[in-house]
Design a protein. Structure first.
Lengths: 393, 129
């Protein structure tokens, strides 16, 4: 490889912030930090525990929660599983109905599928053509049996922002638990679990310039005292998520949250302008369609479908750009994006889609290179294809 | 990029013989197969002179292996006897391009297009048109 591609896949994962890496490294090298945070009988354990609890407070502060309501997990996937399966099982005496959306992350959808195979009923709501889930549609789906609603804040493929506060209010009024996958939003948008009436929220460090392998579940203990654990074998995290807490990982996540809190608004303004520059550049080509409601889109994501080109060839022709087809989580199989299909896109358009996602290191020069590469790739493939006209939709 | 062989990359990045043929030949055979909605559509134009394939042009909507295979086939058929288009074997293309077995269906579309071109030749030769 002569040069590295332009990285525009920050929704898949972000690089680790140097300050985060330093904080983590200190945990690994400081002589007094290696203790097991659960070993409260001696100073080594208590020193580690102090760092873990400081990090817990930093994560809680980012979302307007109290530290005691944060449970460490291995990432957002585990947090989603623990929230959906754990909360539904815990409330199964009240009812066995769960509401979610077709556009949710597989970590939620597959957890719902598991519940379905184990005696629960699941309603999967369809979004409108822009990817929005109407709070009134959520309300209409609730039954006396409904125990949980799970709707993500920002869609990982198309970047659409759901009206979480409105959906939260609907759930609160009906005394239904509300889980929000905030993995894709917390680094870019304000998340306030109190204002938005969120009962459970999933977070991921690796989407906010923290390390991979660590995430958190927020659990509003005023609304749900506990969830049914998915793992057994220790009393850590109040028995909800047993296993030795990895001090360096959680310290990294805490530091990442602290940094995000200080610069989120400024970052979003800059990144949003770069995203608009990208759309202006690639949207100038005929037959390039933006996926998701542009008025309700997070700053860092731009998802487009392209007419007149085949998906796999488009992605190969774009090899000078590190981007995703759909989400990074789904590119391992050949199926067209279920999210784009749920918006009404054809198989061809769902396959010939590109998710650009920008981050803190992205520059205007990166965007201009991406625009030029995109024009070149689409032009190359359309020149090869039998002429069929370039449909605009 | 390592799921694509060097040969695929070469023909995908710089495909040979892209386009159509209009005139200047004894006959131009056109073979079309596949559907864009199904992910693969290919068209071959073969310019025949004195029983030889004097020129080949192709157009393709498809995956990188499809585009590379069309380019390779076009290169190979140029200067060959007309009947050679019936001797292109999808299994040989899969092997030569180191394509995944799952791509066989795409190469069958290429074979279909070439057979249709050959059928047009046979029809003309046998006075069926």
């Amino acid at each position: 490889m002569t040069s590295w591609p332009v990285y525009l896949d920050y929704a898949a994962t972000t690089p680790v912030d140097p300050d985060v890496a330093r904080a983590m490294s200190a945990c690994l090298s400081d002589a007094e930090a290696f203790g097991n945070p659960a070993s409260r009988l001696h100073a080594f354990g208590r020193a580690a525990e102090a760092r873990v609890e400081q990090a817990r407070g930093q994560v809680a502060a980012l979302i307007g929660a109290v530290a005691d309501d944060i449970i460490w997990t291995s990432g957002a996937t585990e947090a989603d599983n623990l929230a959906v399966i754990g909360a539904a099982r815990y409330r199964s005496g009240v009812g066995r109905h769960v509401v979610t959306a077709l556009t949710e992350h597989p970590a939620v959808l597959d957890a719902c599928g598991y519940l379905e195979r184990n005696g629960f009923t699941v309603t999967r709501l369809a979004p409108d053509a822009g990817g929005i889930i109407d709070p009134a549609v959520v309300e209409a789906a609730l039954t006396p049996e409904t125990v949980l609603v799970s709707i993500m804040h920002v869609n990982n493929e198309i970047g659409v922002i759901q009206d979480i506060a409105a959906i939260g209010a609907v759930c609160r009024a009906r005394d239904v638990l509300f889980h929000v996958d905030a993995a894709q939003s917390a680094a870019h948008l304000p998340v306030d679990v109190m204002v938005q009436s969120i009962d459970l929220a999933s977070l991921s460090a690796q989407k906010m310039y923290g390390p991979k392998g660590i995430g958190a579940l927020y659990l509003n203990r005023d609304r749900i005292r506990r969830v049914e654990p998915l793992m057994f074998g220790g009393g850590q995290e109040r028995g909800l998520r047993p296993g030795t807490v990895p001090t360096h990982q959680v310290v990294g996540m805490g530091e990442a949250c602290r940094i995000v809190a200080g610069r989120r608004t400024k970052d979003a303004t800059r990144i949003s302008a770069l995203r608009d520059r990208l759309w202006t550049g690639i949207g100038a080509l005929p037959g390039v369609l933006r996926n998701g409601d542009p008025e309700r889109c997070v700053a860092h994501i731009l998802n487009v479908s392209v007419t007149g080109v085949e998906g796999e060839s488009l992605h190969l022709a774009l090899h000078d750009l590190a981007v995703s087809a759909g989400s990074a989580c789904t590119t391992l199989d050949d199926a067209p994006s279920a999210v784009l299909r749920s918006l009404g896109r054809s198989d061809q358009l769902a396959r010939a889609s590109v998710r650009f996602s920008l981050g803190r290191p992205t520059t205007a020069a990166d965007i201009d290179r991406a625009i030029a590469t995109f024009h070149g790739a689409v032009g190359h493939l359309r020149a090869i294809a039998p002429s069929a006209g370039i449909a605009l939709a | 990029m390592n799921q694509y062989s060097a040969l695929v990359m070469r023909h995908f990045t710089e495909p040979r013989h892209v386009g159509t043929l209009a005139d200047g030949y004894d006959q131009i055979l056109i073979g079309r197969a596949g559907q864009r909605e199904q992910g693969t559509e290919v068209v071959f134009h073969l310019g025949i002179k004195g029983g030889q394939i004097a020129a080949v042009r192709f157009q393709a909507f498809g995956c990188p292996h499809t585009i590379a295979a069309c380019s390779l086939v076009a290169e190979r058929l140029t200067g060959a006897p007309v009947e050679a288009q019936g001797e292109i074997r999808p299994a040989d293309l899969v092997a030569e391009l180191a394509a995944p077995a799952a791509k066989m269906g795409r190469f069958l579309v290429i074979e279909d297009a070439l057979r249709r071109g050959l059928a047009a030749w046979d029809n003309r030769r046998l006075g069926r048109q």
